[in-house]
Design a protein around this ligand. Structure first.
Ligand code: F6P
Length: 575
């Protein structure tokens, strides 16, 4: 890990900018001190051409921002804020490979992972684009070998199941994208994912699999992560035991025998920046795919961390995904701020968090295939912007990272939308849908996808414009329950539509949220690319583990609550 940089100028405190002061004044026109909305979406929609003015293309995405609680004046101030804090300069520094990850003294170059082959980008004298494509070519060649059956298991069986072992960014991206692109997955292949150190995860994921046709990809940037290394060892034992049981390995072929080592080499590959540690684990470095410290874990799906996906959907589709990322990168890099969708969405989030009191942000895909997208975004946004210290070490003077959460529609409608419609809190929400479904099923005369889209449209409309007491009464509702049936409206949403959930569109969507996250981080002056907040728990878990297995000296060193919990555990342990 690099040392923190000392030579970086302090961020501009957003609260000291002229735009911040003006936004504060404008916010007062939106909401009075008692929480009543004094500017409403119904009122804002009397503006001529509001929808046209607030709808923008970004790659294949059609992004309608019109149902957000803003007018042209607020947007102009948000753009002014972005300029005052130097968003464009920071963006350019990121794309140029400057070491903007200050606390780790690293460049932040996930955007280089999707640069076309003929591009060049030199960092410390090295053309990183050439490096990226060298690894990509190896990943593609390996994926092709597995897909064609040229790569086989130890007994000569074709690989039918690929199990990715990883956690955080080494899991959430691969699993989310695999689920999203299921229609593109080769019929002869299935991917599964093990992440949690809860042994139930490995046990259930491996249940029913045939070791002879299973390939493991151990994915870990650092190759030190407790969960991943534990699951990799469990899987290696499962493989060797299974091959022995099937008679593929002899009963006396121990785990270190040449035959067992050869079996591991056929069934285990690795993805990491720490190739020396891969070899220590017993995986042949020839079967390892590298990446670089300038790729953050949560930004790594489009590196070799996506190897399981490249096998599942094939190199051509994976390349389309990368092109999609690049399309959005180019939009973010070149579009003027007033039409720059990631910048605008990031600035709107700042408006909601810092001026209108939002604590959370919902992401609601009207696409079952995106069911893991909110979970993926939780790491992207919250590990990036859940920070109270700026990149120069000073405390922030504003609220930062909101909680991102969500579920696919329409399931969410029957669960938590009650709060979105009638709760007391403002929850800005992004609605995502596609014109063409992967499975165009009909229920008699009804196009079922249109039922889904009707709900997508209905929800954003209901959230924005609500239903007044007069409308409720006009339905003949008893006066006693009129109030309970009123929908106040004025709940901000962004609608994102695209023709279909293709690999390219998925890449665009992910990059959109990467750059939204970046925009917010720059405004708040925080390093969106470190994650020191995950370290203490890891350290303490290592310290506490011996207390569970009986070490009283470790137990005595714990706080009283921890001691009591460990004692409960010891008393009830049946193993
Ligand atoms: O603990 C958090 C974290 O470091 C994430 O940032 C990362 O994606 C995850 O752990 C997994 O790390 P690795 O890929 O090094 O195993």
């Amino acid at each position: 890990m690099g040392q923190p940089r000392a030579d970086v100028p302090a961020p501009i405190d957003p609260t000291t900018t002229a735009a911040w002061a003006r936004l504060g004044e404008l916010a007062a026109r939106y909401r009075s001190d008692d929480g009543t909305w004094t500017t409403t979406l119904t009122g804002l929609f009397t503006e001529p051409d509001r929808v046209e003015a607030h709808t923008h293309p970004a790659g294949d995405l059609h992004v309608d921002l019109s149902k957000n609680l803003v007018d042209a004046g607020v947007l102009a101030e948000l753009v002014a804020l972005a300029r005052e804090v130097g968003l464009e300069g920071h963006r350019d520094a990121m794309f140029a490979g400057e070491r903007i990850n200050v606390t780790e003294d690293r460049a932040v170059l996930h955007t280089a992972l999707r640069l076309p082959r003929d591009a060049e980008l030199h960092v410390d004298g090295q053309d990183v684009v050439a490096d990226v494509h060298e690894v990509l070519d190896r990943v593609y060649a390996f994926a092709t070998q597995v897909r064609t059956g040229a790569w086989r298991g130890f007994s000569g069986e074709r690989i039918r199941t690929v199990v990715n072992i990883g956690i955080g960014g080494s899991d959430l991206g691969p699993v989310m994208a695999y689920e999203a692109l299921t229609p593109y997955v080769d019929d002869a292949l299935t991917c599964r994912f093990i992440s949690n150190v809860d042994p139930t995860d490995a046990a259930q994921t491996l249940a029913g699999l045939d070791p002879a046709s299973t390939l493991f990809i151990v994915s870990s940037k650092t190759f030190t992560t407790l969960e991943t290394l534990t699951n990799a060892r469990l899987s290696r034992t499962w493989l060797l035991d299974g091959l022995r049981e099937a008679g593929v390995l002899g009963a006396d072929d121990g785990d270190d025998s040449p035959a067992a080592r050869e079996a591991v080499a056929r069934h285990f590959v690795a993805v990491s920046t720490a190739l020396d540690k891969v070899a220590d684990f017993g995986i042949d470095p020839a079967n390892a795919f590298g990446f670089w410290d300038w790729v953050g874990g949560r930004y790594s799906l489009d590196s070799a961390i996506g190897t399981s996906l490249a096998i599942a959907v094939g190199p051509e589709r994976f390349a389309e995904l990368l092109d999609g990322f690049h399309t959005m990168d180019e939009h973010f890099r070149t579009a003027p701020l007033p039409q720059n969708v990631p910048a605008l969405m990031g600035l709107l989030n700042v408006w909601y968090v810092n001026f209108l009191g939002a604590h959370t942000h919902a992401v609601l895909p009207y696409a079952q295939s995106l069911h893991r997208f909110p979970a993926y975004l939780q790491q992207l946004t919250m590990e990036s912007n859940g920070k109270g210290v700026r990149w120069d070490g000073a405390s922030v003077r504003t609220d930062t990272g909101e909680v991102f959460w969500g579920e696919p529609g329409t399931n969410g409608q029957h669960a938590f939308y009650q709060l979105l419609h009638q709760g007391t809190r403002i929850v800005p929400a992004d609605f995502i849908a596609f014109v063409n479904p992967a499975h165009p099923l009909r229920d008699g005369e009804t196009d079922v996808h249109e039922l889904l889209l009707a709900n997508f449209l209905a929800q954003t409309r209901a959230l924005a414009f609500g239903k007044s007491a007069e409308e409720v009464r006009a339905e003949g509702t008893a006066e006693a329950v009129v109030a309970a049936r009123v929908f106040p409206g004025n709940r901000p949403t962004t609608s994102i539509l695209a023709p279909a959930l293709t690999p390219a569109v998925l890449g665009q969507l992910i990059a959109l949220y990467e750059h939204i996250t970046f925009t917010q981080g720059v405004v708040w002056g925080i390093d969106s690319f470190d994650q020191w907040g995950v370290e203490l728990g890891k350290q303490l878990a290592k310290q506490i583990a011996p207390a569970l297995s009986g070490d009283d000296s470790v137990l005595d060193a714990q706080d009283p609550s921890t001691q009591s919990l460990v004692r409960y555990y010891r008393e009830h342990r049946e193993r």
